[in-house]
Write a protein that binds this ligand. Structure first.
Ligand code: CP
Length: 307
């Protein structure tokens, strides 16, 4: 079992064994984040390129920090100031980065399947940092890591995923990863924001969030992705917030010790109220911290760490 030199494109494709390998390594590496000097020499000499065609705060910064903490050199591609503006293609851009000696590319792109395309073009490994509406596998790995922190298991847990499921690569990766590890998943959202035949992924689907949240151990709130909606899919943000926004009342349907998660960035007052986002039940900033450890583990295994 080794992830060395491999791409990480999807949790639909990743084995449970490989997921558990990343999670257990992240558990060991997380300790580095609380040291006064957050640096180990493990990946000295390796170069990690962040190739982001869509905005990002958490994913981009945490891959950059993960690389630095492991002594790799991160470099970043800025779409606005690159030769893409002169018409250079994605494949040519990436081949040029490979020719300069980059060892691994982390890519975010608005087109579903673009990371699989890039992995075919390049000999170096590609990590999917979010491709269109398809998958965001490293987000789901850090989410699973965070759930394990609080619940110590995944098998048998009830996870409710609420909101804009249709446009959410985070929801898809979590559904693939969590069902593989034995969680029971319910999703809820307006019928226009639920993918057709979502039940085929092994989840229960509802249009009333209270039904999905009933008895849940984890309430996972999704961002309303207006940037991916060319036409109006619900009457107004106010109505969306009334029916689907997670507030004290809706959370009362979950177990008393249920945790609240969100991948960020949050639309406060739309999909989640501020009092819930900032409450002791919210583990949203823990997700962000765990993201650095999980991404350190991913770089470690792919760039040559021992299993
Ligand atoms: N969760 C997430 O992918 O956040 P960013 O868009 O800030 O990377």
């Amino acid at each position: 079992m080794s992830l060395r030199g491999k791409d990480l494109l999807s949790l639909r494709e990743m084995s449970q064994e490989d997921m558990e390998l990343v999670l257990s390594t992240a558990r060991s590496l997380k300790e580095i984040l609380s040291r006064p000097i957050k640096k180990v020499p493990t990946l000295r000499g390796k170069v990690v390129c962040n190739l982001f065609y869509e905005p990002s705060t958490r994913t981009k910064m945490s891959f950059e920090l993960a690389a630095r903490y492991m002594s790799a050199d991160p470099v970043s591609f800025a779409k606005e100031t690159s030769a893409m503006k002169k018409g250079e293609t994605l494949a040519d851009t990436a081949r040029n980065l490979e020719a300069m000696g980059v060892d691994l590319v982390v890519m975010r792109h608005n087109v579903s399947g673009s990371c699989h395309f890039l992995a075919k073009v390049l000999d170096i490994p590609v990590v999917n940092a979010g491709d269109g509406m398809n998958e965001h596998p490293t987000q789901a790995l850090l989410d699973i890591f965070t759930i394990l922190d609080y619940k110590s298991r995944i098998r048998g847990l009830k996870v409710a995923i609420i909101g804009d499921v249709l446009h959410s690569r985070v929801a898809r990766s979590n559904i693939f990863g969590l069902t593989k590890m034995g969680a029971e998943i319910s999703v809820a959202g307006p019928s226009t924001l639920l993918p057709p035949e979502i039940e085929k992924l092994g989840v229960k689907a509802y249009t009333r969030p209270e039904e999905a949240i009933e008895g849940a151990d984890v309430v996972y709130v999704l961002r309303l992705q207006l940037e991916r909606q060319s036409k109006s899919l619900f009457p107004s943000q106010r109505e969306y917030s009334n029916f689907f926004g997670i507030n004290r009342h809706k959370l009362s349907y979950a177990k008393e010790d249920a945790i609240v998660m969100h991948p960020g960035p949050m639309n406060r007052g739309v999909e989640i109220t501020t009092d819930i986002a900032d409450s002791p039940r919210s583990v949203i900033l823990d997700q962000v911290t765990s993201g650095v450890a999980v991404r350190m583990a991913i770089l470690y295994h792919i760039l040559g760490g021992r299993d």
